[in-house]
Design a binder for this molecule. Structure first.
Ligand SMILES: *Cc1c(COP(=O)(O)O)cnc(C)c1O
Length: 395
């Protein structure tokens, strides 16, 4: 029997039985390939700190200097007195980095997506999203009260058909939103095909490049640069700072009019305290390092090549991905969890990703690499994975 929704203990038991229960781990060390967890050094492949900047000495120094100069809390929302010269300078540098007129900081990627989608669309409008988009893009559409329609993953034809069926009798604004690099699959959105579709439908095209920024493209400029697309083709770019850039927060970049509109209308920008200015100071430093040190991206590519070659030899069920996100499909939540637990006994940490984060039947190990990993780390992971394959699956 499915327990009533007011019976929390019953609901929690049900999640446990379905292998869907989740709990945070507690780290007693900085982020990095070897975190200290419950008194144990693990070799971890689950962080989004792709460039290894979350614990970089220069970024830490910039954070300290930022705290000396501006204190800790920002004290107010950006539109009151929370916007410091560090925030302003970072916004200008992010605009320059992404080749756009302006950029606007948000406290997180989740809030950026809620803010931008609900500022650009509302009741009577239409939002089109890839089925595998990040939860924050889906929630942004829900919050906006626009009609949300989800198209088959990375399928421009499915989107095109959806738009064709609608265009005759629907008015109102349209927005197409997609991850640049899909967070749980590691593949790239078919952006060159989405651009003409958006143009034909007179729709906004929004790309959330949380996992491309810093990693792909010239100087880490992201998926759009990698695919040769600019602001003309993709007018709304969302980027996050807590992944490859190793700090915290997010931004939206675009035209002057877009950013001015967000300042007036994005509720998740207006009604929240600005991030600590020292975080902005630290991000300015990590952005400088990310742009300059291309060896970090080259190191990543080398590690990914080594891992994929080894995985192919072992005949592991990897998804087709050229990014640091390398998913290994388990199928059931139970199988993913059992693999993850077995790796843990070998001192290796890889998170099991289960529904509702991924569709039913596609539970997986989400393996991620960082420029801070070594070739030996990859080999140790491969050896551990090969021992998994020799086990009889549990179901
Ligand atoms: C992580 C992520 C976000 C959320 O960013 P936070 O800064 O962690 O809130 C948004 N979109 C995508 C695609 C992400 O992977």
């Amino acid at each position: 029997m499915i327990p009533a929704r007011t019976n929390l203990a019953g609901e929690l038991d049900r999640l446990r039985e379905a292998h869907l229960y989740r709990a945070p781990r507690t780290l007693a060390s900085p982020q990095g390939p070897r975190p200290l967890i419950d008194g144990r050094r693990m070799l971890a492949f689950c962080s989004n700190d792709y460039l290894g900047l979350a614990n970089h000495p220069q970024v830490i120094a910039a954070l300290k200097q930022g705290a000396d100069a501006y204190g800790v809390g920002s004290g107010a929302a950006h539109l009151v007195t929370g916007h410091s010269v560090a925030h302003q300078a970072l916004e200008e540098e992010l605009a320059d980095f992404t080749g756009r007129a302006r950029a606007l900081l948000f406290s997180s990627g989740y809030l950026a997506n809620l803010g931008v989608i609900s500022a650009l669309t509302g009741r009577g409008d239409q939002v089109f999203e890839d089925r595998l988009n990040h939860a924050s893009l889906l929630d942004g559409a829900r919050l906006s009260r626009a009609r949300l329609r989800r198209y088959a993953h990375a399928d421009p034809r499915a989107l095109s058909r959806m738009l064709d069926a609608l265009m005759l009798n629907e008015t109102g604004a349209r927005l197409i939103a997609t991850d640049g690099v899909f967070s749980m699959d590691g593949d790239l959105a078919p952006l060159p095909e989405l651009v003409p579709i958006a143009r034909r439908a007179d729709a906004w095209l929004l790309v959330d490049d949380a996992h491309g920024l810093g990693v792909l493209g010239e100087k880490g400029r992201g998926s759009l640069d990698h695919l040769g697309l600019g602001p003309e083709q993709v007018p709304v770019l969302v980027g996050t700072l807590g992944k490859a850039l190793g700090t915290a927060g997010a931004f939206v970049a675009g035209s002057r009019e877009l950013i001015e509109t967000l300042i007036q209308r994005a509720r998740s920008y207006i009604f929240t305290t600005a991030p600590p200015p020292a975080i902005a100071a630290a991000t300015r430093e990590s952005l400088r390092i990310a742009r300059r040190e291309s060896w970090r991206r080259e190191r990543l590519r080398t590690l990914i090549r080594r891992f994929r070659a080894g995985a192919a030899e072992l005949d592991l069920p990897l998804l087709d991905s050229a990014t640091p996100i390398q998913p290994l499909i388990a199928g059931t939540a139970r199988q993913a969890l059992s693999w993850s637990k077995r790796l843990e006994t070998l001192g290796i940490l890889v998170s099991a990703i289960r529904p509702p984060t991924v569709p039913e039947g596609s539970a997986r190990l989400r393996i991620t690499f960082s420029a801070a990993h070594t070739a030996e780390d990859v080999d140790r992971l491969l050896a551990a994975l090969s021992s998994l394959r020799q086990e009889v699956p549990e179901d």
